[in-house]
Ligand binder design. Structure first.
Ligand SMILES: [Zn+2]
Ligand SMILES: [Zn+2]
Ligand SMILES: [Zn+2]
Ligand SMILES: [Zn+2]
Length: 575
């Protein structure tokens, strides 16, 4: 028996919300240890806090009977419901004969009011017990329990199944009926055997079904050598993109292996490919706005299944134990591993980004893409989306916030969409009048031309919050002047030149001049869920993923000739 790492235990507590439990691994079977009872819990058992003991095949704790319903008494509980039902029907029949007949309605009501009341109580009880009886008959026939039905997403042995609807204990209705009502002996570990057999059957079935499409479907990890991957790379700061063959690591226990469908072209891809930040490592496969579909999951992965729509952003790993990591702010960890032009935690293995057909990523750094969002339009949310969403949340943008957005590019248009969805009063500030219509279409209430001194003068002291998305050098001081007292000026564009602000500008208005870097994984998921709820995606130009097209797209992005983000169609490039 091997106790798993602290890390795993943390996850487990989160999963089951019960600190007294610990998962242990025995011969590949996942058993749980109950530290209160000091026993290994067999599969389907659960510790009842009211009874203070572990209950086999736990169904629920019944407060009326003051006991737990489980393996040994579930059938008696069913009989109890049935007899109660019969008794109530009988009582209804008896009491219906006890009404005193009267010719006029009001006297009848007066004399019979208590009988009528009792009749109502009986009928309501009959409905309740009948519903319960039906539910428990259904459970008996399908071999499921209330606990497993209600808490499925939190139960480790259920939420990691490849199919959401798979009932791993269903053995056919006749068999279930026989077990539920007639069979008295329960063999030890019976559920383990049933579970294993059912899951294996299911996986074999889905693998054969999918083999025709030449698609690997896997419940565990089935690659044993590094995975051949194709991508697009630059070999120096001046070289064009070329096809590049490399290898992805074999998915480990907590890895998710993803087939990339789309990857956005972020402005920072260009900065890095051209070594403008002086940190480039070649060959470089850029891309950190990745969406795709899960192809495999490692044995410890709990939140993802084969076939899930997922996204990967700017980070693929971090130390997980520093203060930033503990606060779900992995982007501020001193050891953050970026998706490309970086290394894994070993500080040696290079990371390659999403301009490639596969990627292996630790579960914590993978996000779920809501089903209602298209994968192409969702790709830029993983960088442009979270970069603008995070500061809006940090500074409580909401109803009645007068918010300014400087620049209407990939970042800026996302800031407008989020601001509008959060209820803020959004003004777009841009160098060119030509963007006014687009700003209005995105929901902005007003538009300012930053080159027009008169317009700026008129708007002084009017914004609570300004998000500056421009990375080219520009006049920041006249923008800070637009803030009201103690307003927030947040820069998210990475300008290569230092920003100069005269001290007096800071003294007189006490503004908060700050910056923000992407967002933590928890917040990124929150942002994606927000997008799912409000139907927000990025406005994109989808292009073929070829070296030539990427080179053209880079040139056009530098000229701001894109509305608003290029997205590479990776799936079709490597079919
Ligand atoms: Zn217990
Ligand atoms: Zn109980
Ligand atoms: Zn980016
Ligand atoms: Zn850290």
């Amino acid at each position: 028996m091997v106790s798993t790492s602290d890390d795993d235990d943390d996850h487990d507590h989160e999963n089951e919300g019960n600190e007294q439990h610990q998962r242990v691994t025995t011969n590949n079977n996942y058993l749980r240890k109950c530290l209160l009872c000091n026993i290994e819990q067999p599969l389907r058992s659960h510790h009842c806090d009211f009874c203070n003991r572990c209950v086999l095949k736990y169904d629920h704790h019944c407060p009326y009977l003051e006991t737990c319903i489980g393996e040994y008494n579930h059938r008696y509980f069913w009989c109890f419901l049935l007899t109660t039902d019969i008794l109530i029907v009988w009582s209804i029949m008896l009491s219906s004969g006890s009404f005193v007949p009267f010719s006029d309605w009001s006297s009848w009501l007066h004399i019979n009011k208590f009988r009528l009341f009792a009749m109502h109580v009986l009928i309501i009880s009959l409905c309740a017990t009948t519903i319960l009886l039906c539910i428990h008959s259904f459970f008996a026939l399908t071999n499921s329990t209330t606990w497993e039905r209600v808490s499925r997403h939190r139960i480790t042995y259920l939420n990691r199944l490849p199919d959401e609807d798979l009932n791993p204990f269903h053995q056919g209705y006749c068999h279930n009926f026989f077990y539920s009502f007639l069979c008295h002996r329960i063999k030890e570990q019976q559920w383990d055997i049933v579970y294993k057999r059912r899951v294996e059957e299911h996986v074999t079935l889905s693998t054969t079904a999918n083999k025709t499409e030449e698609k690997v479907v896997s419940n565990g990890v089935n690659h044993d050598s590094p995975i051949a991957t194709k991508g697009f790379a630059v070999e120096s700061d001046s070289s064009p993109f070329k096809l590049f063959d490399f290898e992805r690591r074999v998915p480990k226990a907590d890895d998710v292996f993803i087939r990339v469908h789309y990857c956005g072209i972020c402005h920072s891809d260009i900065h890095q490919a051209k070594n403008e930040w002086h940190t480039a490592k070649y060959p470089m496969v850029p891309g950190h706005e990745i969406t795709g579909v899960v192809e495999q999951v490692g044995s410890n992965v709990r939140n993802f299944r084969v076939g899930d729509h997922v996204g990967v952003g700017c980070m693929v790993d971090s130390c997980l134990h520093c203060n930033s990591c503990k606060k779900n702010l992995e982007q501020y960890c001193p050891d953050t591993c970026y998706t490309y032009n970086s290394t894994e935690l070993d500080k040696v293995t290079p990371t390659y980004g999403g301009y490639s057909n596969f990627i292996t990523v630790k579960e914590r750094f993978v996000c779920k893409i809501p089903k209602n969002l298209p994968l192409d339009g969702a790709a830029p949310l993983l960088c442009a989306g979270i970069t603008t969403y995070s500061p809006l949340r940090q500074y409580n943008v909401g109803k009645n916030t007068r918010m300014g957005v400087i620049g209407l590019g990939g970042l800026g248009h996302m800031a407008v969409k989020f601001g509008v969805a959060m209820g803020a009063d959004v003004t777009v500030i841009s160098t060119s009048e030509s963007k006014r219509d687009n700003a209005t279409k995105l929901g902005a209430k007003a538009f300012l031309v930053s080159k027009d001194a008169e317009q700026l003068k008129g708007a002084e002291n009017s914004f609570h919050f300004i998000i500056d998305t421009v990375s080219a050098p520009h006049d920041v001081v006249s923008m800070i002047n637009l803030l009201s007292f103690q307003g927030v000026y947040c820069m998210v564009g990475a300008s290569p030149k230092p920003v100069e602000i005269p001290t007096f500008v800071l003294l007189f208005k006490r503004p908060i001049v700050t910056g923000s870097l992407i967002g933590g994984m928890k917040e990124t998921q929150e942002m994606l869920d927000f997008c799912g709820k409000h139907g927000i995606t990025c406005e994109i130009e989808k292009i073929e993923a070829t070296p030539e097209q990427i080179n053209v797209a880079y040139d056009r992005t530098l000229k701001s000739d894109v509305k608003y983000r290029f997205v590479l169609d990776i799936l079709n490039a490597f079919k």
